[in-house]
Design a protein around this ligand. Structure first.
Ligand SMILES: *[C@@H]1O[C@H](CO)[C@@H](O)[C@H](O)[C@H]1NC(C)=O
Ligand SMILES: *[C@@H]1O[C@H](CO)[C@@H](O)[C@H](O)[C@H]1NC(C)=O
Ligand SMILES: *[C@@H]1O[C@H](CO)[C@@H](O)[C@H](O)[C@H]1NC(C)=O
Ligand SMILES: CC(=O)N[C@H]1CO[C@H](CO)[C@@H](O)[C@@H]1O
Length: 321
């Protein structure tokens, strides 16, 4: 029923496994926001950031919560629970749930399904553009397949990118705003013609592994997080829902390979904040060093003799008996 490999942070899983009593309260209407810590080496978590609390309205939250309970039961009944992350990224969490085996990240680029033909046209145009940019100069901006922006926030983001004065590659899905046309600020597209590229789709792993890319403005979905880490690209975190808030805390507080973007009193991330955080991130050598180290750590884990490889071998051997 459940896919054998879960695409989640182990922190997500730990939160599902351990917090049912709290969760039951949270799934109802009585909600008290508090900060908890599951173990001393794990990041602080706000209960308001529990996965089921960050999905839609109360009704949807209840559905998400119930699914979590079902998921919990399923986990109890399996002999092997494989997880698409690596021990080294989340050791404190894995020590809490030793029965979960980390075998990842299993990146698509290391498998045979790498290049799907239908993506070729977009593929070559945006990679060609990247080829023309200076090393570590480009801001890559992408928010996954679901995130929707309101008009004001979308325009602030556009202006922030322009103000940053860095080249940028921005994935703007046709359904990314509720308005269908003309969502860019007046004259924006003309002004940034030389500075930026807006594309409906980008081959994310190829982009993130491109030497011109300097940082990633991301919604912190787990796939994106792993893909960026595996390529040593630092983050500006802009989480929207579900487990994305916990990921931000891993990125910013635990791994320390990114910065968070703050909203103003109207709940908007203003253009000035985007410009300043981009500049701050690009000037931060500590973050650059740490993200490069993590990239190497991941490479070792999924390489020969690494922890993820050993775990996968263990599983394969057990299946052969
Ligand atoms: C590999 O995983 C084990 C736990 O399964 C851990 O004790 C060890 O420190 C890990 N190795 C590295 C390099 O993190
Ligand atoms: C993450 O990647 C997996 C495997 O490619 C895919 O099935 C899944 O839909 C992706 N998750 C999201 C949220 O896009
Ligand atoms: C594992 O995670 C990586 C990075 O998140 C993703 O690209 C890949 O598709 C995932 N693999 C599976 C089998 O879910
Ligand atoms: C960088 C950041 O926003 N970190 C926060 C992540 O979430 C936890 C609670 O969920 C906060 O305590 C962190 O400050």
């Amino acid at each position: 029923m459940f896919p054998p490999v879960q695409v989640h942070s182990i922190l997500f899983l730990v939160n599902c496994l351990r917090l049912q009593p709290n969760g039951i309260i949270l799934a109802g209407t009585l909600v008290k926001d508090q900060t908890i810590q599951l173990s001393p080496r794990m990041p602080l978590m706000r209960t308001n950031h529990f996965v089921w609390k960050c999905i839609g309205d109360l009704k949807t939250q209840k559905v998400a919560f119930d699914a979590t309970i079902v998921y919990n039961e399923a986990v109890k009944s399996v002999n092997w629970h494989l997880c698409n992350t690596s021990y080294e990224l989340e050791p404190a969490s894995f020590d809490l749930v030793p029965n979960v085996l980390p075998i990842g990240p299993l990146l698509a680029s290391s498998g045979p399904r790498q290049s799907l033909g239908r993506f070729w046209p977009e593929d070559s145009s945006c990679l060609n553009w990247l080829n023309q940019q200076a090393a570590r100069s480009v801001i890559y901006v992408a928010f996954g397949s679901l995130t929707v922006f309101d008009r004001i926030q979308f325009q602030e983001l556009a202006m922030g990118l322009e103000l940053s004065n860095q080249p940028f590659l921005w994935v703007v899905r046709p359904d990314m705003t509720k308005e269908s046309s003309d969502v860019y600020p007046d004259g924006f597209q003309t002004r940034v013609a030389a500075q930026g590229q807006m594309v409906a789709w980008a081959p994310q792993q190829k982009v993130l592994s491109h030497p011109s890319v300097a940082c990633f403005i991301s919604h912190c979905g787990w796939n994106s997080t792993m893909e960026s880490l595996s390529n040593g690209v630092p983050f500006l975190c802009w989480p929207f829902f579900a487990d994305q808030f916990q990921n931000q805390s891993l990125i910013c507080d635990v791994w320390m390979v990114g910065l968070g973007l703050n909203k103003n009193e109207n709940g908007i991330v203003p253009r000035q904040e985007i410009k300043e955080k981009v500049n701050e991130l690009l000037a931060n050598d500590g973050i650059r060093t740490r993200v490069t180290e993590l990239k190497e750590t991941i490479k070792k884990s999924v390489g020969q003799g690494g922890n993820s490889t050993k775990n996968l071998d263990k599983f394969v051997k057990a299946m052969q008996i």
